[in-house]
Design a protein around this ligand. Structure first.
Ligand code: GTP
Ligand code: MG
Length: 250
């Protein structure tokens, strides 16, 4: 976490070593909760504005979560990150997470583009798993955004992982997560194959819906920005320096 300003009201936590029960954890997580509120509010404003402008809402659902202390410590152990505030803040960028579901693939890119353009937000990293799905079929557009959080005595720039996906991608990812959780990561091969089939069906549905939508056009807007291919190019252009691929750090 990048901290502007000399001292925190709460004192210096930077070298604090955490355990799951550490009482300072709540304090550490506060800016992340604020960052989620701020980003969620930006998404809600965008949703209202687009709905008003287009008489149609591309954003269907917005959810969020702060990573649990256990999960933060587990990830830190996995990646060999020391358990101090500074190290965790620098190395774990998905402590705050916001997830947006859209109807169409083009809308995921449109929302990604519009949010990336907002003055307050800085794009840190982009992972386009829609253009480059994971081998298991996972698709989603991930952006790590840095957002300013105005606390009483300082401004912190806090990373948030924004995941943008279609409803079909979201349905699949939620089910896949549930299956892995239930089987504690040793999922029977039959289920894994079924999941790959289901991912394929979801992708074909998304592609078909996009094709139909592009063919019909958007009677309310009548502009090219509702075309998926065009928006993919737009997103590439706006997230400066980013080329489609995995985990490119800007
Ligand atoms: P982790 O955050 O530890 O997973 O490492 P990472 O940042 O390298 O992973 P990545 O950016 O690929 O994924 C971050 C998040 O995306 C995860 O925490 C999940 O929410 C979601 N995700 C990624 N891959 C999958 C997947 O295969 N299935 C499901 N259901 N979700 C996934
Ligand atoms: Mg990631």
């Amino acid at each position: 976490m990048i901290v502007d300003g000399a001292h925190s009201l709460f004192g210096d936590l930077s070298q604090t070593e955490f355990t799951p029960m550490h009482s300072d954890f709540a304090r550490f997580l506060l800016p992340y909760q604020c960052a989620i509120s701020a980003l969620t509010s930006m998404v809600t404003i965008l949703k209202g504005d687009l709905t008003h402008a287009d008489h149609y809402c591309p954003i269907r659902d917005v959810t969020s979560r702060v990573k649990s202390p256990d999960s933060i410590l587990g990830k830190a152990a996995r990646i060999g990150c020391p358990l101090t505030v500074d190290d965790i803040g620098t190395n774990i960028l998905d402590i705050a997470g916001v997830r947006v579901s859209c109807g169409l693939i083009s809308e995921t890119y449109r929302v990604a583009t519009l949010l990336s353009q907002q003055d307050d937000l800085t794009v840190i990293e982009v992972e386009d798993y829609i253009a480059h799905p994971k081998p298991n079929g996972y698709k989603s557009f991930h952006i790590i955004l840095e957002i300013p959080v105005y606390l009483s005595d300082r401004v912190e720039r806090v990373p948030v992982e924004l995941q943008i996906r279609t409803i079909a991608m979201n349905l699949w990812a939620n089910l896949e997560h549930k299956i892995h959780y239930k089987h504690e990561h040793s999922v029977p091969p039959r289920l894994l194959n079924d999941l790959i089939d289901a991912a394929d069906a979801a992708h074909r549905l998304d592609a078909k819906m996009q094709r139909l939508h592009d063919e019909v056009g958007d009677p309310t807007a009548g502009q090219a920005t509702h075309n998926g291919a065009h928006l993919e190019l737009l997103a590439t252009h706006i997230i400066d320096g980013w080329q489609p691929g995995h985990g490119r750090h800007l």
